[in-house]
Design a protein around this ligand. Structure first.
Ligand code: DC
Length: 237
């Protein structure tokens, strides 16, 4: 592989549990680029909503967009300061507090999925993300990074695997952290999050025309990273 430009931008989208974060992290290390986990930002805002005891169950993909709850969530997003602290992996700071561990719970996953259908939230977070990666030098991952956040990325990947495989991986992750969650609950969570990701009106998860589809089933994160690195041909890097 030719050595990549310092301002190279690699964008990875895909559904929950496809392995985006792990692969993005390994890829960023290999290419000496920074990594931006856009989902962590949705999760941090969702955690703040939960702490403020906002009832997110009333947010419906196709419901009225003027619900007071939606206005509250949008206002709360605007009043939130998000940044990534130093370290590897970089901790996410919610108004200065490291919430990297807390945002990984099943409850926060569900809340993040719900707030992610709100256009006012997406506009703010996607705008901030675009500004961060403007100068390049990033591997970024999420649900709309190949289409909205960084549509001119040098390399676009759509990383995917079956629902069963993605749920199994998430379940193993929970168990590795000592969280006793039933597999059936994790399958349901993944199905629901997929549904919201693909169906929402504002910037749904979709395949960018110029994205490469990479299947992660049966492959280690290193194998998947190798496959992506092979796509970094001289015209890309
Ligand atoms: O990638 P993740 O599981 O950490 O993301 C959490 C939620 O945030 C996910 O359910 C959808 C949403 N999300 C999004 O809508 N757009 C992004 N770019 C990243 C995440």
């Amino acid at each position: 592989m030719p050595s990549p430009r310092a301002e190279l931008l690699v964008a990875i989208d895909g559904p929950a549990g496809a392995g985006k974060s792990t692969v993005a992290k390994i890829l960023a290390e290999r290419l000496s680029l920074k990594m931006l986990d856009t989902g962590a930002m949705y999760r941090a805002v969702a955690l703040k909503c939960l702490r403020e005891q906002i009832d997110l169950s009333v947010i419906d993909d196709h419901g009225p967009t003027t619900l007071p709850t939606i206005d509250r969530v949008v206002a709360l997003t605007a009043a939130t300061y998000l940044e990534f602290g130093p370290g590897d992996p970089a901790p996410i700071l919610l108004d200065g507090e490291d919430v990297s561990g807390e945002i990984r719970s099943l409850e926060v996953s569900e809340a993040a999925s719900r707030i992610s259908v709100v256009p006012g939230v997406r506009r703010q977070l996607a705008g901030a993300q675009s500004r961060v990666v403007e100068q390049g030098g990033y591997v970024l991952e999420g649900r709309d990074v190949t289409t909205v956040v960084a549509p001119s990325a040098d390399l676009k990947i759509f990383l995917t695997a079956s629902i069963e495989e993605r749920a199994r991986r998430r379940w193993l992750e929970f168990h590795a952290k000592g969280m006793d969650v039933a597999l059936s609950k994790v399958v349901l969570e993944v199905v629901e999050r997929d549904w919201r990701d693909y169906k929402r009106d504002d910037s749904p998860l979709m395949l960018a025309v110029d994205a490469h589809i990479v299947e992660s089933y049966g492959k280690t994160p290193e194998d998947v990273t190798d496959e992506i690195v092979r796509l970094l041909t001289p015209d890309v890097v």
